[in-house]
Design a binder for this molecule. Structure first.
Ligand code: DCP
Ligand code: CA
Ligand code: CA
Length: 390
């Protein structure tokens, strides 16, 4: 009888039990976040920037310098520059320090992000991307719940991203999402924090409660009113008190977060919605043929992605980045989902031809994207086949 009770208890305990029928393994959850992502991508592309302050900016176009800093490398951060700061202010702070000001190129970062997520997806049990440069992952089953094995997995992930993209990242590993996220924040830049189940309590206790995921300035000030400053103090607060102050749902979450018992599982990210490739052309050109030729590898890549994932597509888009770095696109959408990748090669030259005519300018970079993805199987399933056309 005792044994059965114990069993039930452990099944309900969020810290035990893998989802895929692997009971009682301590959960091993990771959080990975790339360091100063956009700026680091620019450094990799142009290594002479290393050691200088670099700011990646979104220009609003209103006046020459109006806009905000999207991100800054760590050198620029030494001067107090950060994401969201007006460009004018950032430039002032960096005056005399030889700063490099770069226009944000979202397509470029997205392509790299997609490649990294794809690689990560093959190295972990479950991957849940949560932003362009970060993801949660679960390695409970592949590590057998063993935290020394988890350290090795995290190290190979870091090595893989260095090898393939030359980018550094920070990783945290712990028994819950909140703990893993604290670990990666703390490891910044370039580090790895492993918080084993045994050390979770002592790891959490001294931290500022404001460091917990989901605890913003508002919550922090209410907590301060309650004389709660550290995560340890929060963990000791009665759940009823927290629920009274913050409502049932958030009160419970706070208690769980503070004890590292938040049970939110890592769920596989959404299906891909598009595949894309973008290249910098060997020289600026308006010639659609020249552009298409240099996109040949890229189209082959997309073709491979479609085949290996069994996806059909509805839309093909030509992406042209002009010499002034503005991005222009032209798309063709098929009436029904198509799965023959040779259609991409047939469509792309005409799209670039139109793009070139409408803009009248030269391309500096060019890309291809397919979207409106669907499953080839579903598309040809019997029920679909039997349904009369509408
Ligand atoms: N970003 C942005 N505007 C913001 C915050 C971020 O455009 N206000 C973009 C640029 C960042 C990317 O998102 O490179 C990732 O955001 P992070 O918050 O992870 O910040 P970084 O990766 O730049 O730096 P860190 O090393 O602190 O993670
Ligand atoms: Ca980051
Ligand atoms: Ca991030």
């Amino acid at each position: 009888m005792d044994e059965i009770q114990d069993h039930t208890h452990r099944l309900q305990n969020p810290l035990n039990g893998g989802p895929q029928g692997i009971p009682f393994l301590p959960k091993v959850i990771g959080h990975i976040d790339l360091d100063y992502f956009y700026a680091q991508v620019e450094e990799v592309e142009n290594p002479s920037l290393k050691g200088r302050p670099v700011i990646v900016c979104v220009f609003s176009g209103r006046t020459e310098d109006s806009g905000v800093v999207s991100t800054a490398n760590y050198k620029a951060r030494e001067f107090g520059v950060h994401s969201g700061m007006p460009i004018v202010q950032a430039k002032k702070r960096l005056e005399g320090h030889d700063p490099e000001v770069i226009r944000m190129d979202h397509e470029k970062y997205e392509v790299i992000s997609n490649r990294i997520m794809e690689e990560l997806g093959q190295m972990v049990d479950v991957l849940e991307p949560t932003g362009i440069d970060e993801a949660f992952f679960d390695v409970t089953s592949s590590t057998g719940g063993d935290y020394s094995q988890a350290r090795r997995s995290a190290e190979s992930i870091k090595a893989a991203i260095t090898r393939s993209e030359n980018l550094s990242c920070s990783i945290g590993i712990g028994r819950s999402k909140v703990v893993a996220k604290l670990g990666s924040d703390m490891a910044k830049p370039g580090g790895l924090t492993i918080i084993s189940p045994e050390t979770t309590e002592s790891f959490l206790a001294p931290l500022d409660a404001s460091k917990l995921y989901g605890v913003g300035p508002k919550t922090t000030s209410v907590l301060e009113e309650m004389d709660i400053r550290t995560v340890g103090e929060l963990a000791k607060t009665s759940p009823t008190e927290l629920e009274r102050r913050f409502g049932r749902k958030f009160g419970r979450y706070l208690q769980a977060a503070a004890t590292g018992t938040d049970a939110d599982p890592v769920v596989a990210g959404l299906e891909p919605v598009q595949f894309s490739r973008i290249v910098t052309l060997r020289r600026n050109t308006r010639d659609p043929k020249e552009v298409t030729e240099q996109l040949s590898e890229g189209m082959k890549y997309i073709q491979g992605k479609l085949t290996s994932s069994g996806k059909s597509f509805k839309t093909v888009t030509a992406v042209g980045i002009l010499t002034d770095l503005s991005t222009k696109t032209k798309s063709k959408t098929f009436e029904t989902a198509v799965s023959d990748p040779t259609l991409i090669r047939e469509t792309v030259p005409a799209l670039f031809d139109e793009l070139s005519k409408t803009t009248g300018k030269e391309f500096r970079r060019a890309g291809v994207r397919v979207s409106g993805l669907g499953d080839v199987e579903n598309q040809t399933s019997l029920s679909e086949f039997l349904r009369p056309a509408r």
